[in-house]
Write a protein that binds this ligand. Sequence first.
Ligand SMILES: Cc1cc2nc3c(=O)[nH]c(=O)nc-3n(C[C@H](O)[C@H](O)[C@H](O)COP(=O)(O)OP(=O)(O)OC[C@H]3O[C@@H](n4cnc5c(N)ncnc54)[C@H](O)[C@@H]3O)c2cc1C
Length: 443
Amino acid sequence: MENNLSRSLHWFRNDLRLDDNLALAKSLEYDQVILVYILDEHFWNKDRWGHIKTGTFRTRFLFESIHDLKIEIEKLGGYLMIKQGKPEEILPLIMEEFSCNTLIAQAEHTTEELKTEKLVEDAINKIGGNFNWIEGHTLYHPEDVKILFDKIPDVFTTFRKKIEKHCDVRECISAPKKINCPQSLISDEIPDLAEFLEQSDQKLTPIDYRSSFPFKGGLSKARKRLKYYFWDNNCLSIYKKTRNQLFGQDYSSKFSPWLSNGCISPRRIRSEVKRYENAYKPNQSTYWLVFELIWRDFFKFIAIQHGSRIFHKKGIKRKIVPSNQNKILFEEWKKGETSDAFVNANMRELLNTGYMSNRGRQNAASYLIHDLGIDWRLGASWFEHLLIDYDPSSNVGNWAYIAGVGNDPRQIRKFNTLRQAEIYDRKNQYRNLWNSDIISMNL
Ligand SMILES: Cc1cc2nc3c(=O)[nH]c(=O)nc-3n(C[C@H](O)[C@H](O)[C@H](O)COP(=O)(O)OP(=O)(O)OC[C@H]3O[C@@H](n4cnc5c(N)ncnc54)[C@H](O)[C@@H]3O)c2cc1C
């Protein structure tokens, strides 16, 4: 081993990128770095409702993202270790084996992730190592937000107006030009996806050609999508008008899956919006994309403030809401077999692709909660299992919002799904697309 060299261990979590990655930049300040991704077995466990936390769509997207990251790392002379198991067992072993001084990783903010962090901290303390959790998820830096607010307001508009007026978004950090790993290291192979899924009794699902999200995971794919949506096709210039549509690739940005696992940072998206505004001119649509990223931030800061409370049935409002756990009705909703054709179409899209539009999500959630009277947490659990863009704070924040136990100042947010179908699916195209027999193909 090369003596007297300082070494860090960078643990990739939901920061599967090289660009604008402060945790990675800190790791690269050492003479050498060990890079690792861990397929944390906990992600493929069942939750309390019996749903496997990470279904096949998100697992596939994750594998694609790791693959892309590995290629990009190797181009810079580095290597990526890929391990399976428990982070608290694997990380200290690597630190000891490679004499790493410090573990560096992106900070997470929701209960299960924080529990893992605590286990990792305890294990590293035992071997006398150091650890450093670095912020990297949000558009606005948590330290800057903390200065601005004693308490995050419960109402989004109050939060947004103050943050837009008084807080700057920090500059993006460029991707490294070189990665210096120990000479003895080589990258690990990514496990075979089908075999990996079998371990949690899941099967590789065929790709459905009707999907609005035909894209792959990975940092290079995220940048490609951004280039397409902003620069090549100018979809950004009409985003505000199109964002509520239901199908097709271009009505909304589709950034969410890449944002959720960190293939792209919200700051990079915003900086590209600014570049676009300079090249053309700002309009309501360019503003609105950043507005939506502030919604994403808002739910993250709500999660930081309220901790595990956001997952409670009564939510942060501590409000009792009528709810049952009727298994038959719930199963019908999951499969898209309710008496509402619009809800069914959305639920079938989700079941077959792992994606659903924001408008669809609002209607499907409202129907489950307010029409079927079912506990919102069951719906959130099903979304967690299926969504390729699953993000704990955005998922639970939106569900709780619609259930009336979260951040909605209104008492009740019930969507009239029949009326919504008339407005957003006037010609029945979306319902016809998804309520006809399932047609899928293996690619
Ligand atoms: C019940 C329900 C559950 C949801 N679960 C998730 C989830 O697990 N993960 C997730 O990323 N989004 C979730 N959303 C928010 C939203 O539906 C998706 O972010 C959006 O549909 C993703 O598509 P897009 O990237 O094309 O969005 P765009 O319209 O292009 O928006 C750009 C970005 O802004 C952010 N954004 C937009 N709307 C919201 C919102 N309402 N809340 C938080 N962030 C938002 C996303 O990061 C999105 O990628 C949920 C919404 C509902 C109603």
